[in-house]
Structures are given as C-alpha cells and as structure tokens.
Ligand binder design. Structure first.
Ligand code: FAD
Length: 542
C-alpha cells in the first residue's frame, strides 16, 4: 500500500475529489486503483472562511510496480510505503500458569493492562476501589443532584476511571511509533465506539458511550479468564527486602485479605492520595511533578463556533468548535487552556469530603449550549519545596478553600470574567449560565488561588481574546477551582517499567506520571502489559 500524506481538499469537496486527487497525484488509471482508505482526517481552520480538510490516505493498487512508483516520488516526503500498523502480541502465557498478575485500578490504564494481559492468557486480577460503572454513574449523578458525596464512588473513582464522565477526547501528543494508540482505539470501536474515532484527527466519544463501552470491555476480560473485583481498595502493597531494593510480594485489601503476586501494576490515577501516601511511606521512590491550577471558563458555544469557523460554523464535519490557547506571562508563568469540552458542562469532580474541584464533560453530540475549558497556570515542584507529597497538600488546600468559598455545601465559587478582570465583587450571572451542579455561588474568585496565579490569568484572558474574539467578554463565566490537571507525583520507573527501587511494582498511567489523558493512559497500559508478560515468561524460564 502507498501512503499519501497532506492531501488537502476544500471542506465541501465532493465524493469524487479524493479519487481524482489520487489518480492525478500518482498518475495511475482508475483500473489500477483498488481502494482508498482514510487513515486520518483533520482540518486546517487558520483561515476560518476557507477551511481545508487534510487527509492521510492508504492506497491499494493493482498492476502497479510500487517500488518503481516510490522511486519516482523519492523527493516527495508525502508519498511513502504505508507502515504496518497491525498490533502484534509480544507473548502468550503457558497453559499451566501458576501466578496471576494484579492490576490496581480500572481506569483506562488498568483497563488496557488487564485487557492485554487477558488477551495474552495471563488471567489478571483487577482490584478497583470504586463500584461498577453502572452503580458508579448513579452515585455520581446523585452527588451532582443532591450534594451527597460517596468518597469511593464518584467522578474519579470506579470502573472506567477518571475519564468516564468526560468529553472522551481520544487524542494525545505522546510519541507512538508502535501504533499502540491505534490498538486502543480499535478496542474501543470493538466495544461500541463510533468507527470514526480511528481516523478523525480529534476523536471524541462522549460520556454515555464510554459507560457502555467499559462494561463490554469488562465482560471481555472476564471471558478471557480475568477476574475483576469492585469496591476493593488496596490498602497496602506488600514487599520484602531484596538487597538494597525491595520485591513486591502481593497486596493487602481494605478488608485485610492478602493476595500474593510478584507482579503488581499500580494504575491508581491522580486522585489516589491515600495510595500515594502509602507508597511513599513504604519507601517506593517518587518525585514531585509539575501540575496546574486555575478555573473553568464557560462561553456560549455558538460564540466559539463563530470565532473559530466563521461562515463554516455549524458544518457537520467540523462539529462544535474547540480551541487551544497558551500565553506566557510577564511574571514568568504560563497560562493555557486544558481539557476543552465543546458543547459540554462543568462537573463537580471531587473525591474528597469538604472539597470543590471542577472538570468538564460532554455527550457525543456536544450539543449543550456552553463551551468550557480549564484555564490554568503551571506550577512546578519548586513551588512546593520539591517534596513529593507537598503538591497533594497544595491541591487539597485550594480545594478545601473553594469549598468554603462556595458555601460549604459542594456549590462552587464562580464569577463573571468582567468582574474578575476588574477585581470586583461577584454579581449575578448574565448571558452565560453556569452549568456546574449542584450549584454555584457568585463571589470574588481572586481569593481562590495564590496571587501569582490570579495575576497570570488576569493577564492571559485579554491575550486569549486576540485569538478568539469575545474570550474575555464580561459575561463569560469562571468557576473554581481546577486543581487536578495531572498527578502531582511521578513514581519513577526504569526501562523495564518497574519501580526504580521496588521490583515487581509497575507504576503506570496518569497517577504515576506517565499519561495525561484517556488515550495516553491506554497506551501506557499496553506497554505495561507487554512488560509484565515478558517478565513473567522470563521468570518462568529461569
Ligand atoms: P484513572 O482513570 O484515574 O483510574 C484510576 C483508577 O484507580 C480509579 O478508577 C480508582 O478508583 C482506582 N484506584 C485508585 N486507588 C486505588 C486503590 N488503592 N485500590 C483500588 N483501586 C484504586 N482525558 C482525555 O483524554 N479526554 C477527556 O475528554 C478527558 N476528560 C476528563 C474529564 C473529567 C471529568 C476527568 C476527571 C478527567 C478527564 N480526562 C480526560 C483525564 C482522564 O480521565 C485521565 O487522564 C485518565 O482517566 C487517566 O487514566 P488512569 O487509568 O491513569 O487513571
């Protein structure tokens, strides 16, 4: 197959245009063209009234000497042989496998570790502190409706992990030479995701579809011999000394039960603060990691569509518009938009009592009236003395303060952008109705974050308005606080993906500092599954 990159056509090109392009570009006849497969489709909206679609195509040919054709295009980097993107399993478990690997956490990382290990025959045991996704959805929606929080079953904890109630964006900037991201997406499609996620450049699934997909993937793991236990919190990872290091021997659960295994994957997410503490107390090597703090901002989606797509706003191929913004401030800080949810809502995302944390989610249709994103300021380990757990302490402090500012009932503090920029008091909202549930309390948000962060956001919003007209409009809505953009710790691991000083412990996903979203967590899960499988086979062989 021949791959054509950077195939640019107008947004409204007709059905035949792709074929015509291929025939002309490769100088072949219609009879020689067997199939055009769209590997990727993105768009360039820099000129909003002249948006172009950009394709990557895989072309199947017949009666064509591909080697000769490629020689003719030697100097054209957009014509190459198509790479082999099929996933190859690295191992297969022996029938008489004695030991089973343990996977802690069933977010996208743990889910893919378990699925891949199960597909290779390693029959993992998955331990998830939260409930099954159906029961968890009930608890989460109850919290949004009634302010009754279940600290073990919420937006962060439970089957499917943190991204289950989300926009389900499925793209990532991680380097992925082995096409593991494609494998993640193929498994999602097999579990019911729309087929387009394979080829559109910014795929998303939306929250309801994710819930049913996770259930299907769970069933597959169980069919393949895996075991999944919900409402099962790992209290301790057990270890024994091994020279200067340690070797994992298993886990102790919240009910005192011990499960032995020399292979334990910790895919606990960025909100498992008690688990970080336990690992730190046990001497597992970890370092503080940068994260960000800020607010969620909401605008009318139609305003963002107009600003981004002009006369093409509402075009079905483009869908609801997103954006990505960054501003480098005079005080040396950077402010950026994060986890943008077109046509979505702001959600209450705490897993701890007496805390308010914002995040965003949307349905596949992205049809809610507001667009939202986090507007956050990066902070680095030096901001919290490089102590691994001080970042957690800072997050918690800000979340508890936001809880008090919101009225101590899980309502979130909010303010219109105009009032925030003018350092004014919180007045009732006007045009942009805040979507956060249970509710918001209009107040003065300048007290919600450290002064450097407030200064940076005040500088950035007008700068963003130069890229998206109206971004700093006075009725845009800010809701706080956004603190869980990434993990405040990194649990260091070596090339074999085991903890640097605790053999048999495989820290993975976002909580350990190796992923920043659903797709990258899934990719990391595949890498870990491969590493565990190969290590188990080599230990068996010894
Ligand atoms: P998690 O998904 O956090 O999963 C960790 C799991 O471990 C949890 O289920 C938890 O209950 C369990 N656990 C923790 N401690 C223990 C223990 N001691 N014992 C047993 N189980 C334990 N990313 C995107 O790419 N696109 C999006 O659109 C998007 N939207 C988001 C919206 C929201 C509201 C949130 C909260 C996050 C969103 N994210 C999004 C981020 C994404 O969800 C995370 O990056 C991803 O889920 C990380 O996967 P993970 O498997 O590493 O950890």
């Amino acid at each position: 197959m021949i791959r054509l990159n950077q195939v640019k056509l107008p947004l409204d090109h007709n059905q035949d245009a792709l074929q015509q392009f291929v025939l002309t570009k490769l100088n072949i006849s219609e009879q020689q063209l067997v199939n055009i497969h769209v590997f990727k489709r993105g768009y360039d909206a820099r000129k909003k009234n002249h948006i172009t679609l950009i394709y990557t195509l895989d072309i199947t040919l017949v009666d064509v000497d591909e080697a000769k054709l490629l020689t003719a295009f030697e100097k054209d980097t957009n014509v190459r042989i198509s790479p082999d993107t099929d996933y190859q399993y690295v191992a297969s478990a022996p029938a008489n496998l004695q030991e089973r690997p343990i996977v802690i956490g069933m977010g996208p990382c743990g889910l893919f570790v378990a699925l891949m290990l199960a597909q290779m025959g390693f029959k993992p045991i998955v331990l998830e502190r939260g409930k099954s996704v159906h029961e968890r959805a009930k608890d989460t929606f109850r919290f949004w409706r009634t302010s009754e929080l279940n600290t073990e079953s919420n937006v962060q904890f439970g089957e499917g992990g943190a991204g289950t109630f989300s926009d389900g964006k499925l793209y990532s900037q991680v380097k992925d030479p082995g096409f593991k991201g494609l494998k993640v997406k193929q498994e999602f499609v097999a579990a019911g995701a729309p087929a387009e996620i394979i080829y559109v450049s910014k795929p998303h699934i939306g929250t309801y579809k994710l819930v049913t997909m996770v259930e299907k993937m769970r069933r597959k793991i169980i069919e393949l011999g895996g075991e999944i236990r919900f409402e099962t919190r790992v209290e301790e990872i057990n270890m024994e000394a091994q020279g200067e290091d340690k070797q994992v021997t298993g886990v102790t659960l919240h009910n005192g039960e011990v499960i032995n295994s020399r292979y334990v994957v910790a895919a606990v997410g960025h909100s498992a603060r008690d688990t970080f503490q336990m690992l730190h107390d046990k001497g597992v090597y970890m370092e503080a990691q940068s994260f960000s703090i800020g607010f969620r901002i909401e605008h009318k989606q139609e305003m963002i569509d107009q600003a981004r797509f002009g006369i093409n706003a509402g075009h079905p191929i483009l869908g609801a518009a997103d954006y990505k913004l960054v501003h480098h401030c005079k005080n040396g800080r950077s402010v950026y938009s994060f986890c943008m949810c077109p046509g979505g809502v702001v959600v209450a995302a705490t897993s701890e009592e007496h805390a308010v944390v914002t995040n965003g989610m949307s349905q596949y249709s992205r049809s809610e009236r507001n667009a939202n994103s986090a507007i956050v300021v990066g902070i680095s380990p030096e901001d919290f003395n490089n102590d691994p757990l001080q970042g957690v302490a800072l997050q918690r402090k800000l979340e508890r303060h936001a809880y008090v500012m919101g009225g101590s009932n899980y309502d979130a503090p909010a303010q219109m952008v105009g009032d925030f920029l003018a350092a004014g008091k919180g007045k009732p909202f006007e045009n942009v109705e805040p979507s956060y549930k249970p509710n918001v309390k209009m107040t003065d948000l300048s007290e919600a974050l450290p002064q450097f962060a407030i200064d940076a956001i005040r500088e950035a919003l007008p700068a963003f308005a130069k890229k998206i007209r109206g971004f700093d409009s006075k009725d845009a809505m800010l809701t706080g606080v956004e603190t869980r953009t990434s993990s405040p710790v990194q649990i260091k691991r070596g090339a074999d993906l085991q903890s640097l000083n605790t053999k048999g412990l495989y820290p993975g996903g976002e909580g350990a500092g190796y992923a920043g979203g659903i797709l990258s967590a899934g990719i990391d899960g595949i890498k870990i599954a491969e590493a565990v499988a190969l290590k188990m086979l080599s230990d068996i062989a010894e």
